[in-house]
Design a protein around this ligand. Structure first.
Ligand SMILES: [Zn+2]
Ligand SMILES: [Zn+2]
Length: 160
């Protein structure tokens, strides 16, 4: 064993879900499983090449999974089967989040481009639904010229 190995790329595994990952590591880094968020453990040197960058062989890798990971008391076979699925799910959740943020930004942009059709002013205020409902109550349904209109121009008072 090479005791004074540099802190560099190494192999880690998760005892809970069996996730194996090569990681660039730094001192005091938290090593957390990407799949189930448990703490990762170092893959023992005996399964790796001298550099520690590779498994000695695919067979060694299988042996490691079968004899070390799968026999540990904390091992969860369901998580093991779901690896790809969970990771893909996380990625697509992230994608959805980003897409939602982008479309929200677009909505805001749209709002900013609206201007009064009468005087062209951009000083507009939204007519809230609460105000519309209150008008129905006070003036009856015929008094509600605002229904279906969203904006009131602060400059000329036009509603549209
Ligand atoms: Zn895990
Ligand atoms: Zn106006």
């Amino acid at each position: 064993m090479n005791k004074d190995k540099d802190v560099g790329e190494m192999f880690y595994y998760c005892g809970h879900c069996g996730w194996i990952t090569g990681k660039k590591i730094f001192k005091n880094n938290d090593m957390i499983c990407e799949v189930c968020s448990e703490e990762l453990k170092e893959v023992p040197q005996e399964y790796l090449t001298a550099s520690g960058l590779l498994f000695i062989s695919q067979d060694k890798r299988k042996e490691f999974i079968e004899t070390v990971i799968k026999t540990a008391p904390e091992f969860n076979p369901n998580l093991f089967e779901q690896h790809e699925h969970i990771l893909n799910e996380k990625k697509s959740n992230l994608k959805e989040q980003i897409e939602m943020e982008i479309s929200t930004n677009r909505e805001n942009e749209k709002d900013e481009k609206i201007c009064c059709p009468i005087c062209g002013s951009k000083k507009l205020s939204r007519i809230s639904n609460v105000k519309k409902v209150a008008k129905v109550y006070v003036f009856g349904i015929f008094g509600v010229g605002d229904l279906g209109r969203t904006w009131k121009c602060s400059h000329c008072g036009a509603k549209f």
